[in-house]
Design a protein around this ligand. Structure first.
Ligand code: PMP
Length: 416
């Protein structure tokens, strides 16, 4: 089990008051806070190492290159990848998916071909495919979501067929928390010669990940949702895939020989890292991976199951609150969406913020899912390693204030 109070000491930002109350940060699905170790790694890099990588032969350039490449090794280990050279650094999950839609999609998807997504995708796993479909005259298909907030696998089986070229699905929903059976879906795709991309933006921070057992061809995630800095994303590809793909962006660092009429490409993964990358943040990401490794991802998962169960129980006990998504914590992660009868999510979020509680309200970049749930927006509380059940209680207390404010407003209207 995690020693949450000990962990909290590593996160300076958590030790503050917001609007006169201790900060209760429950917006971890949007981005997580950073431990001192990551902040210090960033400062240390600029104070001792700063230099451009790969091109220099002076000591600082060699040191920076070694640290940057060591993070690639650490990422490969974190996700069970065999080769570090199958790991590409991007800016975020969004860029990783766009890279595949362009560099793989333009080559392999043609007119009438089908791209299979689901109704619970984040916009970053929809729009790049819409752009590809428009460029190529391809067709988008969406796997349904059941009333329990899970992917309808019978529908997936019916949709994935000989015209399918790629299936791109989220591993853990940022709205419902649902953990999808991506290995099963990847097997359906493989049976028809299609490839699978897994959007791991919410799973890589919260679950032990082994890309080889997931059976997918591409896996994308962001450092900032797992204690790392913003501006660093990862794309992992199955061995051999990156070599066969054309570059995404052209420029320095990604070439071998440049001639007036054409150029040849550097080896992977550098072929996909044009220009000066986000060296400092990549290097600091290593400290985040060390931090998670020391905790153990199985312990992270167990902690989140406990706090998620406590949150779901507490929310469901309040009359007028509806929790969306699976209720069984074995089937879900710690992003808990809920709606409150008669009070708009933005109002709820604004009021609980007055009590120091940071939750999110809106469509969470998942408008197709909002339509499926038949709600314009939801509230979302999402948990991480430094949250404890006392903070669930703080959320419930703050919600109680919201109820009372609205109740009073209603009675005032009635009196008038
Ligand atoms: N997919 C999912 C499931 C997400 O939760 C997010 C971030 N909310 C993204 C993709 C996009 O991540 P980023 O903004 O870091 O590119």
């Amino acid at each position: 089990m995690l020693d949450v109070m000990r962990i909290r000491e590593d996160f300076p930002i958590l030790a503050q008051e917001v609007n006169g109350h201790p900060l209760v940060y429950l917006d971890n699905a949007a981005t997580t806070q950073k431990p001192r170790q990551v902040i210090e790694a960033l400062v240390r890099y600029y104070e001792t190492t700063n230099a451009n990588i790969h091109r220099g032969i002076h000591t600082l350039a060699v040191r920076a290159t070694e640290q940057y490449e060591a993070t690639r090794d650490a990422v490969a280990t974190h996700i069970g990848a065999i080769n570090a050279s199958d790991v590409v650094f991007t800016r975020n999950t969004t860029e990783s998916i766009n890279l595949v839609a362009r560099a793989w999609g333009d080559e392999h998807v043609g007119e009438g071909d089908e791209i299979v997504l689901s109704l619970m995708e984040h916009h970053s796993n929809i729009v790049p495919w819409q752009l590809l479909a428009r460029r190529k005259g391809a067709v988008l298909r969406y796997i349904n979501v059941t009333d329990e907030g899970e992917l309808d696998l019978d529908h997936a089986r019916a949709l994935i067929g000989p015209r399918t070229k790629i299936v791109s699905v989220v591993h853990m929903s940022n709205v419902l928390g649902t953990i999808n059976p991506v290995a099963e879906i990847a097997a359906m795709a493989r049976a028809h010669g299609a490839v699978t991309l897994v959007d791991g933006a919410q799973s890589a921070p919260h679950l032990p990940i082994d890309v080889s057992t997931l059976g997918c061809d591409f896996f994308a995630f962001s450092a900032h949702k797992m204690l790392g800095p913003t501006g660093v994303g990862v794309l992992w590809a199955k061995p051999g895939l990156l070599e066969a793909m054309q570059p995404f962006l052209g420029g320095g660092d990604m070439i071998s020989v440049v001639r007036p009429e054409a150029s040849t490409w550097a080896d992977v993964p550098h072929k996909f890292e044009a220009g000066t990358p986000n060296i400092a943040d990549v290097i600091a990401f290593s400290a985040a991976l060390d931090y998670l490794k020391a905790l153990g991802m199985t312990n992270v998962r167990e902690h989140e199951k406990q706090i998620t169960a406590a949150a779901i129980d507490a929310l469901m006990a309040v009359e007028g609150i509806r929790v969306h998504g699976p209720l069984d914590v074995e089937k879900r992660g710690g992003a808990v969406s809920f709606t409150v009868d008669g009070i708009h999510p933005h109002d709820i979020s604004t009021i609980v913020d007055q009590y120091g509680v940071a939750i999110r309200a809106g469509h969470h970049c998942a408008q197709l899912l909002m339509r499926r749930l038949e709600v314009p927006a939801t509230n979302r509380a999402s948990f991480y390693i430094y949250n404890h059940t006392g903070e669930v209680e703080a959320l419930i207390d703050a919600l109680d204030h919201a109820f009372r404010i609205f109740h009073r407003a209603e009675s005032r209207t009635a009196v008038r």
